[in-house]
Write a protein that binds this ligand. Structure first.
Ligand code: SAH
Length: 335
């Protein structure tokens, strides 16, 4: 319900652009408005010049209780730099691919962005929510087909925000799950940029869920472990203890593991995990091309290869893959 302010004497404490928003709403509602602020943003100054509001630079001994309504609008950083706009970077986790799985906060950030820096696995359809004049930078590819380096992406985020733009960094899934969001946040902090994080629905949980596989299930599994299969077991860059994973009793979720799945399953088997453990691969989760393959630890790689599974795909290993009576959900569309 809207407050009826017709004929009220309202005081707005604060003179920035957000205060201006409140002032214009009050004026539109028929209130008499006094703005209490040392400085006014241009649009408020304009209203003051036109006699549409009263401007009190300093309330001094003035008693604000004389007003019917007092609104205090906290100053934003821009108040200290008249004329300059402070940019920001918002890391938005875009979910696994269907825009319906992007959060409400993520959508709001996209709608108000000046620049959107997006990449391959981000839900591109969500760009349709952006303002008409938005600048979209696709860092998945640069001419020549190479991918943009992380340093270059960090530099882009900082550069756009420093020139006063609101930048959304749109990623697939959650920015902090193999999304290099931490590095981007650090780069922005180092440059003194205002940053915000909007968590996303990670494919580690969503892709199995969309195939009807709960990563935990009462009585079956008390946890799940998400690992990267980017490098295979035994690789000099691998830091994972596959023997510990085999013993963990938790559901294993492997991201970026299409090419290495065979080696990962072999490492788990030789560390003692039962080769008959149920396993599944979910490719293109949440996309119209979603594909699900179910097999066991010792057959999943061959089964996935046989139907030509490609990235992006998530592998799930554990008894949750084969819960009697639980098949894929019935939903056809998410949003
Ligand atoms: N930040 C992302 C993961 C980035 S790593 C997230 O939280 O989901 C990229 C890997 O994510 C892919 O190799 C694949 O394993 C997985 N992935 C991303 N989107 C997917 C999707 N729609 N379906 C299945 N797997 C997906």
């Amino acid at each position: 319900m809207e407050l009826n302010v017709t004929g009220m004497d309202a005081a707005v404490v604060g003179g920035d652009i957000r205060a201006a928003g409140q002032v214009s709403a009050l004026l539109a509602g028929g209130a008499r408005v006094t703005v209490v602020a040392a400085e006014l943003t241009a649009s408020l100054e304009d209203l003051a010049h036109r006699g549409l509001l009263a401007w009190l630079r300093d309330p001094g001994p003035h008693d604000l209780t004389a007003y019917d309504l007092v609104l205090r609008v906290r100053p934003t950083a821009t108040d200290h730099e008249p004329g300059a706009r402070t940019g920001s970077v918002t890391l938005v986790g875009g979910g696994p691919g269907d825009p319906g799985l992007l959060t409400v906060a993520g959508r709001a950030a996209i709608e108000s962005a000046d620049v959107i820096v997006t990449d391959r696995l981000a839900p591109i359809a969500a760009l349709g929510w952006a303002r008409p004049g938005v600048q979209v930078v696709d860092v998945a590819k640069i001419p020549g087909g190479r991918s943009t380096s992380q340093d270059e992406i960090n530099r882009l985020l900082v550069e756009h925000a420093t020139s006063g733009r609101h930048v959304v960094r749109l990623k697939g899934g959650d920015s902090f799950v193999f999304g290099r969001g931490g590095e981007e946040l650090l780069a922005c902090h180092d440059a003194g940029i205002r940053t915000r994080v909007v968590p996303g629905v990670t494919s580690a949980i969503a892709a199995p869920a969309l195939a009807g596989i709960p990563v935990t299930h009462r009585g079956l599994t008390q946890g799940f472990t998400v690992v990267s299969g980017h490098v295979p077991p035994g690789h000099p860059e691998s830091t994972l203890d596959y023997a510990a994973l085999a013993r963990s009793g938790s559901t294993l979720v492997v991201l970026m593991g299409v090419r290495t799945l065979g080696a990962i399953c072999a490492a788990l088997t030789s560390a003692g995990l039962d080769p008959a453990t149920p396993a599944a691969v979910v490719a293109d989760g949440a996309l119209p091309s979603q594909q699900v393959v179910r097999a066991t630890l010792d057959t999943i790689d061959a089964a996935a290869t046989a139907v030509g599974i490609g990235a992006p795909a998530v592998a799930v290993i554990g008894s949750v893959v084969d819960i009697p009576g639980l098949d894929g959900p019935d939903q056809e569309e998410l949003a």
